[in-house]
Design a protein around this ligand. Structure first.
Ligand SMILES: [Ca+2]
Length: 162
């Protein structure tokens, strides 16, 4: 099962577009149950496109999808900054969906998850039907999306859906 967190990228690699690129990120240290933990945070991307958007890109080891599968499940342990739009957290991913074409296929969207703002971490589980993961999302396989504030990621993992 591919997974990633800072300094432990096992089949999933975090992308970084330096500002003012499309998806700049950095590693930060946070308090987590009394100890310091490294997590990723997006950073504002400047004047490219909508400055309110946050994108966090990921690349997946091609061996994960060497066969076509119906769907994969993406689990993200995360929180969003306090000014994030509560209904904006979602995923865009490279899909083989035959009903979509071009960029709509390369950046197929999931339904956004409603974000509960609370102390600690949220867990989001996204179903990604018809995944293709051939680097068509700006050179990556999928990206997390939110608006209004930073996306802070502790850990991310993928598995083939049953
Ligand atoms: Ca890839």
């Amino acid at each position: 099962m591919p997974s990633a967190k800072p300094e432990e990228e096992l089949g999933i690699t975090a992308g970084n577009f330096a500002p003012p690129g499309d998806g700049p990120i950095k590693v930060i240290e946070v308090e987590d149950n009394g100890s310091k933990t490294k997590v990723w945070s997006t950073v504002p991307k400047g004047n490219i496109g909508n400055p309110n958007e946050r994108f966090f890109y990921f690349d997946v080891d091609p061996m994960f999808l060497y066969d076509q599968v119906d769907a994969v499940e993406l689990t993200v342990i995360y929180r969003l900054g306090p000014n994030a739009d509560a209904n904006s957290f979602g995923v865009n991913y490279d899909s083989y969906c035959p009903a979509l074409k071009g960029l709509d296929q390369a950046f197929r969207g999931t339904k956004p998850q409603r974000v509960e703002q609370k102390d600690g971490w949220n867990v989001a589980v996204f179903q990604l039907p018809e995944p293709r993961f051939e680097n068509r999302s700006n050179g990556f396989d999928f990206r997390l999306v939110a608006t209004g504030d930073e996306i802070i990621v502790k850990c991310i993992s993928l598995r083939i859906s049953k």
